[in-house]
Design a protein around this ligand. Structure first.
Ligand code: CU
Length: 160
């Protein structure tokens, strides 16, 4: 009688019944797993984009570019749109200079002013270019409309 009761307790079906406690343990395991995945992807993202907030969309769309994290390139007049980034993303030119952007990616990019509408390119296909002459000194921040984590800056100095 007592032996039979003990055997019943030890059957696998009795051991693996889905208790609330086990449900919590599974839930904790899933949370731990997703945290580990998040930590891994942010470590990868952090290495490649220098601390910009990584996210799923950024991971899918490349690392972007941030002029505040790049040294200014004096006198550069050609900017590449490549690997979902502007390069160089931070340039300094004299007033009256024409800057040309070229899209090297298979997907479309734009050159669009943050404010003021100085830069308003169409969506550029692969190998298409967009040029703009900067007449007025100032700081011209811009981005790519489909990929707002692609950011750039043209600083225009007074001539001579
Ligand atoms: Cu883009």
């Amino acid at each position: 009688m007592s032996t039979a009761a003990a055997n019943t307790k030890e059957t696998p079906s009795a051991r693996w019944v889905f208790t609330p406690r086990r449900a919590r343990r599974i839930a904790f395991a899933l949370v731990a797993l997703s945290l580990a995945v998040a930590a891994l992807s942010s470590a990868c993202g952090g290495m490649m984009e220098g601390g910009m907030g990584p996210g799923m969309m950024e991971g899918m769309m490349g690392d972007g570019s941030d002029p505040s994290e790049e040294a200014a390139v004096e006198g550069a007049t050609d900017v590449r749109q490549q690997d979902f980034a502007f390069a160089p993303a931070n340039i300094v030119v004299d007033a009256g200079t024409t800057v040309t952007w070229t899209n090297y990616d298979a997907v479309g990019h734009t050159v669009t002013s943050d404010d003021g509408g100085e830069l308003e390119s169409p969506l550029l296909g692969q190998n298409e270019t967009f040029s703009h002459t900067f007449d007025e000194p100032g700081d011209y921040l811009y981005y790519c409309q489909p990929h707002p984590n692609m950011r750039g800056l043209v600083t225009v100095r007074p001539q001579g």
